[in-house]
Design a protein around this ligand. Structure first.
Ligand SMILES: [Zn+2]
Length: 89
């Protein structure tokens, strides 16, 4: 069995191993949830675990120390679209 390791193309540092990055969060709390405590609960425990293309934020902690936004296919770990960063270069 071949284990395929996830690698991320950082616009500043090049292709790097996933271990150099920290996963960030893009909150997707439904607007119908208005109570602050319910929003905190939703944010902490109600993850969608979507199958297919998802937009994610990653922090290059062991590199340029910038936030990256990328689209990843959760079925294959492919990153088909160009990665962007904040702040932009
Ligand atoms: Zn970087």
């Amino acid at each position: 069995m071949t284990v395929r390791r996830l690698r991320i193309q950082c616009p500043h540092c090049g292709v790097r191993a996933i271990e150099e990055f920290l996963h960030g969060e893009i909150p997707t709390i439904p607007e119908r949830v208005v109570d602050p405590d319910a929003r905190d609960l939703d944010r902490a425990f109600m993850h969608t675990n979507a199958e297919g293309l998802v937009t994610e934020r990653w922090f290059h902690a062991m590199g340029c120390r910038r936030w990256l936004t990328l689209t990843r296919d959760t079925r294959t770990n492919d990153i088909p679209e160009r990665t962007t960063s904040y702040p932009p270069s």
